[in-house]
Each structure stands twice: as structure tokens, then as C-alpha cells.
Design a protein around this ligand. Structure first.
Ligand code: ATP
Length: 230
């Protein structure tokens, strides 16, 4: 497998806080890649840098073997925080608005709704959706434009058990359609259930990376379970 994302020696400092320290990560194409670490370990900062919304203090990264450009960005869909959907508009209307903002064709809306299993609920108002459906619509929004990679930051945070199960199943579905997924999570069991590969972060440093089964077998990840900053 070729690497779809290569990160080399990434560092980020916020004042006196060293958020990332010489991080090098390779994300294989076609993988569901878990970026696992406790709160404050640098997951969001890493995603922000590779999505070009945060500047790194040092280091570099390449998507598809290329530096970031407008064309590269179109190949990446991302959900970093919950989008503001209009409660009194339908799921379909909300995605139409999102597609205008993203400047992608309206034909993408139906494709996205189908991909996240909401085509049969597209005429329902957003406010009537369950938590899981709301988050699936958010993922549908990230999938507008049919990107090759989907980047998700803690996508099951704040959901009820049903919503968590729906979103995890959706991630597996989207990956089965040939997309690479990068998933930041502080939950070891989530990464274990959903991901094929993983990188483990602790206070901005890489502790381990590789296939999930081999990382689980060879590393003591007890510091993850409490989710406390370390
Ligand atoms: P969480 O799950 O809590 O979001 P995280 O693993 O995503 O954690 P980051 O949000 O990347 O971690 O934060 C890494 C470190 O950088 C933390 O110590 C955090 O307090 C700090 N940090 C993040 N953003 C800023 C900022 N804008 N200014 C100052 N410090 C920041």
C-alpha cells in the first residue's frame, strides 16, 4: 500500500506549550487510520496542520505524494467540528446549502445522502433527526465532492450509544467504498473496533504506529483509557 499522507518531523509550539514534537506518521492508502491519544496529546493540532488551517512550527507533510494545493484539498473531506445546520430546513436543503458553500454540484447532495443512509429521510427537518442522524448528515457534508480521504475529529463525541454505533458502522461503510479514513479519537476501544492502522500520541510525541493488531500486542496503552492529560 502506498502512503496517502506522509508527515515528517512535525512540531508545533503554542507559546510555552509544545503541542507536537517531531511527529512523523504515514497513513497507508485504503486504511482506516486511528490517531489515538488522550486529551491534549495533539490530535486536533495534527489534523489542523495537515488540513492547512494551522501553521506548523517545523516539519512537512504531503498528501498523495504532493504538497498542499487547491486540487489536493478537493480530494480531502474533513469534519473537524460540528457544522451549523439549519434546524427548520430538511437534511437535503441543509446539504444543498453546504454544497453551495463548497462550490460542488447539487448532484453531489443525493450521492452524499445515499452514502450516509439518509436518502429516505432527506425531506425531514434537521431538528427531528436523532443525534446519530445529525452526525451522519455532518459526515455527508464532508463527503460532498466525493473526496478520496475522509478526516474525522472525534466523530462519536457527545452521541448516545445508538448514534455511536451508527457512526462507527458508517465509517466502515465509507471505507468499504474505497476511501481512506483518518480518525482522531481518545477511545482505545473505538480505534480497536473501527481502525486497521493507528498512531499513538502522548504529549505531542509519537509512541507507536502500525497495524492495530500489532500495536495492541506490543504496547502498553494503559495511559489512554482514563483520557486524562499526561
Ligand atoms: P483534545 O481531544 O482535548 O482536543 P488533542 O489531542 O486534540 O486534545 P490538541 O487540541 O491538539 O490535543 O492540543 C495539544 C496541546 O496544545 C494541548 O496542551 C492544548 O492545550 C494546546 N493547544 C491547542 N491549541 C492551542 C492554542 N490555540 N493555543 C494554546 N495552546 C493550544
Amino acid at each position: 500500500m502506498a502512503d496517502i499522507l506522509e508527515i515528517q518531523g512535525l512540531s508545533k509550539r503554542y507559546g510555552s506549550v509544545q503541542a507536537l514534537d517531531q511527529l512523523s506518521i504515514n497513513v497507508p492508502e485504503g486504511s482506516i487510520f486511528g490517531l489515538l491519544g488522550p486529551n491534549g496529546s495533539g490530535k486536533t493540532t495534527t489534523l489542523g496542520i495537515v488540513l492547512d488551517v494551522i501553521n506548523a512550527s517545523a516539519g512537512s507533510f504531503q498528501w498523495f505524494g504532493q504538497p498542499m494545493s487547491k486540487t489536493t484539498k478537493r480530494r480531502i473531506g474533513a469534519l473537524l467540528e460540528t457544522p451549523n445546520f439549519y434546524p427548520y430546513l430538511t437534511g437535503e436543503q441543509n446539504l444543498r446549502i453546504a454544497s453551495d458553500v463548497k462550490r460542488v454540484d447539487h448532484s453531489q447532495v443525493q450521492r452524499s445522502l445515499e452514502m450516509v443512509g439518509l436518502a429516505n429521510r432527506k425531506h425531514d427537518k434537521f431538528k427531528g433527526y436523532s443525534l446519530g442522524m445529525k452526525q451522519r448528515l455532518a459526515i455527508g457534508s464532508a463527503l460532498l465532492g466525493n473526496p478520496e480521504v475522509l478526516v474525522l475529529d472525534e466523530p462519536t463525541n457527545g452521541l448516545d450509544p445508538e448514534g455511536i454505533a451508527e457512526v462507527r458502522a458508517l465509517i466502515l461503510d465509507v471505507a468499504a467504498q474505497g476511501k481512506t479514513i483518518v480518525l482522531a479519537s481518545h477511545l482505545l476501544d473505538e480505534v480497536e473496533k473501527v481502525c486497521t492502522h493507528m498512531a499513538v500520541l502522548r504529549t505531542g510525541k509519537l509512541k507507536a504506529q502500525g497495524p492495530v493488531s500489532s500495536i495492541m500486542a506490543t504496547n502498553d496503552l494503559v495511559f489512554i483509557s482514563g483520557g486524562a492529560p499526561l
